[in-house]
Ligand binder design. Structure first.
Ligand SMILES: [Zn+2]
Length: 298
């Protein structure tokens, strides 16, 4: 498959900006690495698409993550993307089975009520910018739009779509983000609203062969558009390391670590995002234990 990119546009008067992507390949890659079931696949997929679209408006070397915490059985969903199009995602239960009544997968019953946190990481800075709002619908698109309104006073349209076939494979994944910038005319908002009402679901459009640019033009056909350069291929990429994996093993707690050390065996740990295998020796585990113990004293 040809590499895919986030397409970015602004209207000629610069009061509306748009980003869209066909992310089918990276969402399917996530699904196949994690062997995730339909509902977690759709939840992580939509979050990956939203993070890619928002990250495309950042600057070089900046990243953005979306973290959803809900009261439902799919307790958390996380996705992270960089300006350069590197994306990854995971949920708390990739193999969660939720009965799906219709053709259309609804996330609200799985996620429940809760919070969405968007974190903007700047390079060389230890204090990322973080904003949290309540979930509006738990379908992710509306939740991101609500976050943009509440935290940045930006009215937006966030249409996300992930379609899985009867074998659970991702056949279409993508989305479009339209943002109304300060100084926009009221008539601009009304025109977009009308187009949104008539628009068909993103996943259907992608299955029909629509491109990222088509998704933007569906909603902004009343405006003259200027395409902005964004020369970065979208790629499923994890930057896990042995250190990070050791830190996550530390979360198991002292009792569990002691049990592992007692066995005197090398422990295999795989990264939940990308499946990469790490071997932790007994000495590694002892080091983790020491760190956890030190922290427990603080
Ligand atoms: Zn990884």
């Amino acid at each position: 498959m040809a590499p895919t990119r986030v397409k970015k546009f602004v209207t000629k008067d610069l009061t509306v900006r748009a980003a869209a992507v066909n992310a089918t390949a990276v969402v399917e890659e996530m699904r196949s690495i994690q062997n995730s079931y339909p509902v977690p696949t759709v939840a992580v997929g939509r979050s990956m698409v939203a993070s890619l679209l928002m990250a495309a408006h950042l600057k070089n070397n900046q990243e953005l993550s979306i973290y959803i915490q809900g009261s439902g059985p799919l307790a958390s969903v996380f996705a992270q993307a960089s300006f350069e199009g590197k994306v990854r995602g995971v949920s708390s239960s990739p193999q969660l089975e939720v009965p799906v009544a219709t053709d259309k997968i609804l996330l609200a019953p799985a996620i429940g009520i809760g919070l969405i946190t968007v974190t903007h990481h700047l390079p060389n800075s230890h204090t990322p910018h973080r904003g949290t709002v309540e979930l509006a619908s738990s379908e992710i698109g509306d939740d991101v739009a609500y976050y943009l309104q509440q935290s940045h006073q930006i009215p937006s349209v966030v249409s996300l779509g992930v379609h899985v076939n009867s074998y659970g494979k991702v056949e279409a994944a993508g989305g479009v983000l339209i943002e109304l910038m300060p100084g926009h005319e009221e008539s601009t908002a009304l025109k977009i609203e009308e187009r949104v009402k008539k628009a068909r679901p993103v996943s259907n459009r992608l299955l029909e062969g629509a491109t990222a640019e088509d998704l933007v033009r569906d909603l902004l056909q009343d405006f003259e558009l200027i395409e902005l350069d964004h020369e970065h291929d979208v790629e499923y990429k994890c930057r896990c390391s042995k250190e990070r994996v050791m830190r996550s093993v530390g979360l198991l707690g002292l009792a569990e670590l002691d049990e592992m050390i007692e066995k005197q065996e090398t422990t295999d740990v795989s990264c939940e995002f990308c499946g990469r295998q790490y071997k932790l020796s007994v000495d590694d585990l002892k080091e983790v234990r020491q760190d956890v113990y030190k922290e427990s004293l603080n």
